[in-house]
Design a protein around this ligand. Structure first.
Ligand code: MBD
Ligand code: FE
Length: 271
């Protein structure tokens, strides 16, 4: 089926669902006008990607795109706030970043052999303790809480950041819609990670914090149990002074596994 045929089918399906809704709820002309006004506001605010997220469309697309039976780290949606070109560094925030210091570490391995993967690139981003991503917060420097780092020869990585907070989706038409219908506007605290490594399928995912708020009612429905890890608190004074820290810190360990890239069509070995 070609792209135009798929588009025709999608338009038919969506219009049928909309007409059914109109008939079932006896939608009025005023309500239609309000709905169209809302969509105009969403466009003006640049929040169509966010609307797709809260309608559950992004997660549904992720589910049909990535085979859940495949070995390796599960996928999750990229979300609207990725910025390419983050600095390469192992501390992704300020020394005095508000919030609790958190060291995130683990290993990257081959999902089929278990062999460690050196040189895997982790592109990480998250919201600050104040509940905002850097680009929506004038208090944060450019690219704060965003960074890229590589796994070492043993496939291990470690980065310094702060514990992310539960995240309320930005103010605007989408947030107002959820408030009006009494739906949760929060996402559970999460780290975003885009992993890539030569010869492997890239993987975009999110990591969640065990026991955190909104794991069961993520407003975009993106939580998977296997993407949840535990925060460990460290407050032993001796350990603190060794790490040059004057306050308790947290660690979060998560191991990733990547699937070898499928041989590309037409990329023969020339024999
Ligand atoms: C987020 O922080 C996010 O990661 C997604 C996917 C949607 C809205 C806000
Ligand atoms: Fe996010």
């Amino acid at each position: 089926m070609d792209a135009d045929e798929r588009l025709r089918l999608a338009v038919d399906r969506v219009s049928a669902a909309l007409r059914e809704t109109v008939e079932e709820l006896q939608v009025t002309e005023n309500e239609l006008r309000a709905a169209l006004g809302f969509l105009g506001e969403v466009g003006q605010a640049g929040q169509f990607p966010l609307l797709a997220d809260v309608l559950g469309v992004s997660v549904a697309v992720d589910e049909v795109t990535y085979d859940a039976r495949q070995p390796g780290t599960a996928s999750s949606v990229e979300g609207p706030f990725y910025r390419p070109g983050a600095p390469v560094r192992t501390q992704i925030c300020r020394d005095d970043e508000p919030g609790d210091v958190c060291f995130v570490s683990g290993r990257v391995t081959d999902a089929t052999t278990g062999a460690p993967l050196p040189g895997a690139l982790l592109d990480v981003w998250q919201a600050g303790a104040g509940g905002k991503y850097e680009h929506e917060d004038p208090e944060q420097p450019d690219y704060n809480l965003r960074g890229r780092l590589y796994s070492d020869d043993g496939g291990t990585y470690e980065l310094r950041t702060v514990v992310p907070p539960p995240y309320e989706i930005p103010q605007g038409p989408v947030n107002r819609l959820l408030a009006r219908i009494g739906r949760n506007r929060f996402r559970p605290a999460h780290f975003h990670v885009k992993l890539s490594c030569e010869g492997y399928e890239p993987r975009t995912t999110q990591l969640f914090l065990e026991g955190g708020a909104h794991l069961d009612d993520d407003t975009i429905g993106a939580v998977k149990p296997e993407l949840t890890g535990r925060l460990e608190k460290h407050d032993d004074p001796e350990q603190l002074s060794r790490g040059g820290l004057d306050r308790p810190f947290f660690t979060y360990v998560y191991d990733f596994a990547l699937v070898p890239a499928a041989p590309r069509e037409g990329a023969g070995d020339g024999s």
